[in-house]
Design a protein around this ligand. Sequence first.
Ligand code: NAD
Length: 494
Amino acid sequence: MTSVQNETGVLAGEPRMLIDGELTETAGGATFDVIHPASEQVAGTATDGTVEDMARAVGAARRAFDETDWSRDKDFRFNCLMQLHAALEKNQERLRRILITEVGCPVTVSGSQIESPIAEVKHWAEHGRDFDYLVDNGVHETPLGPARRKLHYEPVGVVGAITPWNVPFYLNIAETIPALMAGNTVVLKPAQLTPWSGSELGRIVAEETDIPAGVFNVVTSNANEVGAALSADPRVDMITFTGSTATGRAILAAGAPTVKKTLLELGGKSAHIVLDDADFNSSLPLAAMMACVMSGQSCILPSRILLPRSRYEEGIEILKTSMANFPVGDPWTPGNMQGPQISETQRQKVLGLIKSGIDAGARLVTGGGIPEALPVGYYTEATLLVDVDPDSQIAQEEIFGPVLTVTPYDTDDDAVAIANNTIYGLSGEVSSADVDRAFSVATRMRTGNVTINGKSHFGIDSPFGGTKQSGLGYRNGTHGYQEYLAIKTIGMPE
Ligand code: NAD
């Protein structure tokens, strides 16, 4: 968390794209508006790139991969990324203002979306510098005598990176920097609602680093077909994507004809199993906070709380108090931890899902609408729905709003079954006074990550990924770095 902001106020980001080393507009000059969700006002514009722009960017990335030393010169890449790291640190407050302007992320919690990803640039530069790209895999016997095998880790090629709007600067960094350090060239396609977190990165790369033309490209667009064109282009070797499961399926299908390597981090519907011996006074206020920070627009949010029937009403009371008193309001005001939803469309989707839950028999305990004190901005009340049927729409669909659903259970086995009753498998959480018992439950959850007693699994040095329809592959850790490398196995004389 950050408590100090050096600059404040709405700030428009770079309106141009970065293609083949040039900050550029689209041929027809088309732009689209970027809205500040806390004021509902237009904050500026971004270039509305076309499929032709995307084709040019992919062509530039292809040339830079095939015809320059970028893929082979690790020391140069290290120097360029350290330059980028320094430039991002210099631009930190500008980047924070742009983030708050386009996302409405509260300044108080913006550190994880600005300082952390900037630090990750340095991490990946050093990780890539120290990575062992040639590994001896020993000698084996063959009919023609002994042969040694060496594993050579090589960049995959041209990587298309497609990112969502909820944590845009962080994900632009997370998807592109390890790919670049591994020797790939990149075309980034940021989300429509948050083009500047991408175009600003493009500007900084172009103006403040020696990264060669074509190595890093950014194409902003208001049209989904431009992302679709990237994911289908035969010149692209790999797609790294974070976003909804529906789009992930489309990307997988688009890459199938050319058998593209695909790294997908998708949606979630994570459950928090609160065991009957848990300390409710520590676990439940934290659960409420997690639901409200970032306005619930978090993929790993444990939005389904499973409470033991024996302590059901006690748990609901604690959640109600925490959610009803959560500091919501202007993201520029320090202390506010919940800002607006990103758009009116998203807010209406959240309100519609809340209504569907009530229609399906859930009990509304607090929230459920628009805060009276905040008529301007896309704010939504922190909402607690209990007695939620685990098969109902609100228990099955990702809400992406400040909403918790509560479902009672009788035994640990029931809790695990309800937690696993979803197409998703991103994260989960278990709370218990008995860590061994919690660990045993955690191992039975069909998810890629689990938090026990609020101790987060998430960090740059540990693999992060989803199972089931929450994703394919990993970010972070050595596993995450290796996603951007192909292994060539070379057999040779002993
Ligand atoms: P989205 O899937 O609507 O859009 C994500 C990106 O895909 C955008 O850049 C969009 O322009 C692009 N896109 C849309 N259609 C496309 C197509 N047919 N082909 C190629 N690209 C296309 O997601 P969103 O609404 O921006 O983000 C919210 C979603 O992201 C949620 O489901 C959330 O759970 C998920 N998310 C997951 C993680 C994770 O790590 N698993 C992290 C953050 C967000």
